[in-house]
Design a protein around this ligand. Structure first.
Ligand SMILES: Cc1cc2nc3c(=O)[nH]c(=O)nc-3n(C[C@H](O)[C@H](O)[C@H](O)COP(=O)(O)OP(=O)(O)OC[C@H]3O[C@@H](n4cnc5c(N)ncnc54)[C@H](O)[C@@H]3O)c2cc1C
Ligand code: SF4
Length: 343
């Protein structure tokens, strides 16, 4: 078993980078898997999560063509449905087809345990990629949020992207784009938007996420992908930081073999995982359940989404978070340094 290796990385193709949540690593690897591996005629399928914008539902989907990988890109911060996917993958593996399965670590674990008990011996044709994951919301939470937003704006929502690249990735990357039926679009700031506040403060997550067995340094998937928050300490180039920097953990021999083959389409530098952990707790441990989670779910059916957030945070704390967001973390650090003469 190979020793885990960690990289700071981003896709070389600017279209891939611009349309992905982070470093575009998933899209680059998935497209390479479908066409770049060899000239043999083995069938290949890439599985990942797809958002159905008619129903605002996320489900896993298998795609065969490079252009269809576009259906799977981007983070969706609510649970992806898996109905029928594990049996479909088993069937393909038994037919000697090659599979790239991507999802949350618990979904990768679910697939592996399903295959173990199902008589599939040949799993060398399976490559697994997991996103670093601090938790998912349920669909009920996002539907409640969208209902409030439509009421507030008086417009129908036709699409949402949880992570925008129209703001700087390194400090605003976790803001959401909302697309309305009249053709307009709004960017919801992560410090002000009620869905983001609940998600980022771990109030709206599913119960199992608070005791996640897969949030540890020994990863379940062949390759782990996430954000390299804090990359500005190691990379000077503002444009690169603007576009998104990924964290990649290569965890197995299968992962390593594939990662090395794909080296030409990704820029990467070895990195110390210890440097990433302080800004990304999901690498080593599950998130703590805040006491306000109980209030959140007890009140979900009774309050509008914005009122729910006031109830959970309290007006004073909410105001503090929003002011911090408006000023920006970097500026606050500068002010503290000036006022308190900190170096
Ligand atoms: C629920 C969730 C929580 C996350 N938490 C963290 C975190 O704490 N720290 C961190 O560094 N990164 C986290 N990420 C990962 C991060 O948001 C990026 O997805 C990751 O950095 C990969 O970016 P990319 O540009 O390579 O690929 P992208 O194209 O942006 O990502 C696409 C990949 O994400 C998968 N995916 C998207 N939504 C879902 C979903 N709902 N269920 C299962 N798979 C999904 C797709 O299948 C595909 O593999 C989280 C992602 C999700 C979905
Ligand atoms: S935090 Fe763990 S249990 Fe929750 S969705 Fe992510 S991998 Fe699954």
């Amino acid at each position: 078993m190979a020793e885990m290796q960690t990289y700071i990385a981003w896709a070389n193709d600017s279209n891939i980078l611009g349309s992905s949540a982070s470093g575009g690593i998933f899209q680059a690897l998935a497209k390479y898997f479908l066409t770049g591996l060899s000239t043999d005629d083995v069938e290949r399928t890439v599985y990942g999560s797809w958002q159905d914008n008619q129903r605002f539902e996320v489900k896993h989907l298998g795609v065969y063509k490079q252009e269809d990988v576009d259906l799977l890109i981007g983070s969706k911060y609510y649970q992806s449905r898996m109905e029928g996917i594990y049996p479909e993958i088993k069937k393909k593996l038994l037919n000697n087809q090659m599979i790239l399965f991507s999802g949350t670590p618990c979904q990768v674990a679910g697939l592996k345990s399903y295959l173990k008990g199902s008589g599939v011996k040949e799993i060398s044709k399976l490559l697994t990629i997991e996103v670093l994951c601090h938790g998912v919301s349920s669909r009920k939470v996002i539907l409640h949020y969208l209902e409030w937003l439509e009421k507030k704006s008086g417009k129908k929502i036709k699409d949402l992207h949880f992570r925008t690249k129209k703001r700087r990735w390194y400090d605003k990357g976790s803001s959401m784009e909302i697309y309305y039926n009249d053709g307009s679009m709004r960017i919801m700031n992560r410090y002000a938007d009620p869905f983001y506040l609940a998600f980022n403060h771990s109030m709206s997550l599913r119960p199992s996420c608070y005791s996640c067995r897969f949030a540890k340094i020994d990863r379940i998937a062949d390759i782990t992908i996430g954000d390299f928050w804090g990359a500005e300490k190691y990379i000077d180039d503002k444009q690169k930081l603007h576009n998104g920097i990924g964290l990649v953990m290569v965890n197995s021999d299968t992962g390593r073999e594939f990662w090395e083959k794909a080296a030409g389409i990704i820029t990467s530098f070895p990195a110390d995982i210890q440097k990433a952990i302080p800004r990304n707790g999901a690498i080593i441990k599950p998130v703590k359940k805040p006491t306000s989670r109980q209030i959140f779910f007890d009140s979900l059916d009774m309050c509008e989404f914005n009122e729910l957030i006031v109830k959970c945070f309290g007006r004073k704390r909410l105001m503090k978070i929003r002011i911090k967001g408006a000023i920006g973390e970097e500026r606050i650090k500068q002010i503290k340094r000036t006022v308190f003469h900190r170096t």
